[in-house]
Design a protein around this ligand. Structure first.
Ligand SMILES: *[C@@H]1O[C@H](CO)[C@@H](O)[C@H](O)[C@H]1NC(C)=O
Ligand SMILES: *[C@@H]1O[C@H](CO)[C@@H](O)[C@H](O)[C@H]1NC(C)=O
Length: 465
């Protein structure tokens, strides 16, 4: 096969899929409509098991890493040594010989450096679930060479390779990936599990959307029927470390969810409530004792190009605790009467921590269908998954609705939750089941079916199974 022929077929392949992407784009709504099921319309996925049938078998293995490990290379070396020696001695634990490569920077950052941003929380949950199930998990930054070196050690045992969504590297190059001209390249159906925190769509150059794994959802109850692959994360253990505090024992305080004052200075779509609301609300009858608390920075450089009214300033009527760690944050949330969203960040993990602490969340609705304002499927809210819940846990309040804002806080005081709320798919067990399915599914068979469908429709592939 000449290189000229290859580049031409690559072009055909790329333009075909950008065409698909365009169609998809027009069908796509910000609410994540246009969902297909695991057994999709275009081809019959023959998944050998359903999620319900998957009950991880005890025992669960220890998942923590040795406390003296300070870099991911040392961690990998120890895992590789353990794997080689158990294989030599024939005494591997269940699943140990199955290898997951997670070569995406968020993994070492979360696991080794303790980073707990949204993707860090997610990576940590997946790592824990995989280790509890006994798999050998090797981690790394995004580099192709590093990934390849580890793949070469155990090519047949590597089940899935997780990557950062924005990394394409060699993936599109038939000289790199397994293809007619490179029979020993890494098969794309193993290499291509792309982490997208947000459940939005992207073209995958000839693979099914199931190769996009994501951390959260737009729709309730559609985890099994959606187009992408939901894995998710769990806060169950972190939040259960603290006892549930009955609301009567909590101080009269609400927590403002914003790490940056900039979030109060964006457009009227992105900043859902005027920052004067806090000072005004504490003058309302019944709210005189309410104090608003938060932990934010005042930094005019943050999201500078989106700022609408400069300068970025501190908020009147909000006690600012400045920079606080996760422990103090957890304590604040567990003792607040309510957590109040202000429009951003979208799909943040923090409201789940609030609900799991029995603290209601005020979720701003940023836009809605003017003719059908009650149609939730058309709402775009700050936390677009939690919009499906109701009081006493979630109060959905339209942006710039001061009356609604005040009334939600009053209701949260008068009719507080009496127990925690943990979203059922977000238990430790739920994450483990989906992680087990990710590792155990026959992705080659699914890729083959998908590929054959596409080829029948005229697509050209530059990689092979
Ligand atoms: C096949 O792909 C691997 C992995 O990217 C690469 O190291 C190797 O040089 C490639 N072989 C050929 C013949 O291009
Ligand atoms: C917020 O409220 C203040 C005081 O009522 C007003 O001056 C300001 O224009 C409002 N800001 C926006 C973006 O509506």
């Amino acid at each position: 096969m000449s290189s000229r022929h290859l580049s031409r077929s690559t072009v055909v392949c790329l333009s075909f899929f950008s065409f698909i992407a365009m169609i998809t784009f027009f069908k796509f709504s910000p609410n994540g409509e246009n969902l297909l099921s695991w057994t999709s319309e275009t081809f019959d996925l023959d998944l050998s098991f359903s999620l319900d049938a998957l009950t991880p078998k005890p025992p669960l293995f220890d998942w923590e890493i040795d406390p003296d490990i300070t870099d991911h290379i040392t961690y990998n070396e120890r895992e590789i040594t353990k794997l080689r020696s158990c294989m030599a001695q024939g005494n591997c634990r269940r699943n140990q010989e199955k290898v997951v490569l997670a070569f995406a920077h968020t993994w070492p950052q979360a696991i080794i450096d303790g980073w707990r941003g949204g993707e860090g929380v997610w990576a940590m949950s997946m790592f824990r679930a995989m280790r509890e199930l006994g798999y050998t998990v090797l981690i790394g930054m995004n580099g192709w060479e590093e990934t390849l070196a580890h793949y070469r050690m155990f090519p047949d045992q590597v089940k899935v390779i997780i990557k950062s969504a924005w990394i394409d590297d060699c993936i599109k190059n038939p000289a790199c990936i397994k293809s007619d001209i490179n029979l020993t390249g890494i098969p794309r159906w193993k290499r291509e599990f792309a982490m997208n925190f947000f459940p939005d769509e992207h073209t995958r150059f000839g693979l099914d959307y199931k190769w996009i794994i994501h951390a959260d959802r737009h729709f309730k109850g559609q985890e099994e029927t959606e187009k992408l692959q939901y894995i998710g994360y769990s806060f169950e253990e972190e939040c259960k470390k603290r006892p549930f505090v009955p609301h009567k024992q909590r101080p009269m305080a609400s927590w403002i969810l914003a790490k940056q004052a900039t979030l109060f200075h964006l457009s009227t779509v992105e900043t859902a409530f005027n920052k004067s609301y806090f000072e005004l609300a504490s003058q309302e009858p019944g709210l005189e004792d309410m104090s608003f608390r938060g932990a934010y920075q005042v930094n005019g450089e943050y999201m500078k190009n989106w700022i609408h009214d400069s300068p970025v300033q501190a908020l009147n009527g909000v006690v600012n605790l400045g920079k606080i760690g996760p422990e103090e944050f957890g304590d604040e949330v567990a003792n607040a009467r309510m957590m109040i969203g202000v429009g951003n960040p979208a799909l943040s993990p923090s409201p789940y921590l609030a609900l799991c602490s029995g603290t209601p969340f005020l979720n701003p609705i940023k836009s809605w269908d003017l003719e059908h304002p009650d149609d939730r499927s058309k709402w775009v809210s700050q936390h677009n998954y939690l919009k499906w819940l109701d009081p006493p846990y979630v109060y959905n309040v339209p942006a710039h609705d001061y009356e609604g804002f005040v009334s939600a806080i009053k209701s949260a005081i008068h009719s507080p939750p009496t127990k925690r709320y943990i979203d059922p798919p977000m238990t430790l067990d739920g994450v483990r089941k989906r992680v087990e399915r990710l590792v155990e599914t026959d992705w080659r068979a699914i890729a083959k079916e998908y590929m054959e469908e596409r080829i029948a429709e005229g697509a050209t592939y530059t990689w092979t199974l």
